[in-house]
Structure formats: C-alpha cells, structure tokens
Design a protein around this ligand. Structure first.
Ligand SMILES: [Cu+2]
Length: 139
C-alpha cells in the first residue's frame, strides 16, 4: 500500500514538472544602429508528438518581421526568405547567427528592454514571447 502511494506522488510530481507543449527560450534581438534591420534569435522546442512549423511572427516594434535564412555560398553571404521553419516532434529548431533568424525592419528597439513578439505556428496557435533587446555585440 505504501509503495502504491509513493508511485502516485511520483506521477503527480512528473505532471507538475511537465514542460509546455511548445517553448521558446533564449529569445533576443540584435539591435543595430540607424535604419539597419535587427535579427532575432531563439530556440524553439516542440514537446508534442507532432511536427509543428513556425510560419511567421509579428511585433509592434517592427515594420515587417520575416523568417530569414542566412547562407554562405562561395564566400558570398546572403539571406533568403522562408515561409516556415519546421520544429520536429520532440525536437528543437535553433535560430542563430549564420542560420535561420527573424528579420525586423524599421526596428523600434531599445537596448536593455524587452520586445513582445507573437510567433505563429502551423497548428493555428500563436505564442507570445518577450525578446531581450541587445546591442551589436550581443550584450
Ligand atoms: Cu535576415
């Protein structure tokens, strides 16, 4: 009987510790001087058993907020638009310098503050995330 009770407690603890179905962590924008666009980076974790794609984002602090992919072909760096970024079931997608990122044009960002961003998912939901605004050096 005692053994059964401890199992119940263990299960209850696991339920409390359970992560959100979809999580965004380490979210930040690199604010650049003047009219330069700001790139946004984060890690997306999909804790569901289904693939979910990030299909877009918007923020009041950006004129446009696009999904971009940086690439480097033969020493030429360029950026392409993406219509979605897949986050596999039980896996992660990392938006990082040199790879996928959010591109914020006409950015109204203040270093040291946080900017709210709404990230749209392919299942029709959206997640609100507060991005840290950092300077060019990432600090
Ligand atoms: Cu870009």
């Amino acid at each position: 009987m005692k053994r059964r009770l401890s199992l119940v407690i263990l299960l209850a603890t696991a339920a409390v510790a359970q992560a959100a179905p979809f999580e965004i962590t380490d979210a930040w924008f690199r604010a650049l001087p003047g009219k330069l666009p700001a790139a946004g980076y984060f890690t997306a974790r999909n804790n569901t058993p289904r693939d979910v794609a990030i299909t877009g984002a918007r923020a009041d602090g950006c004129g446009m907020l696009m999904l971009h992919q940086s690439s480097n072909k033969g020493g030429m760096s360029s950026m392409d638009m993406l219509d979605k970024v897949m986050v596999p079931a039980g896996g992660t997608a990392v938006f990082a310098p040199g790879g996928a990122h959010l591109m914020c044009t006409d950015a109204k960002l203040k270093i040291g503050t946080r900017m709210p961003v709404l990230i749209n998912l392919s299942d029709g939901t959206a997640i609100a995330v507060a991005f840290a605004v950092k300077g060019a050096t990432g600090k």
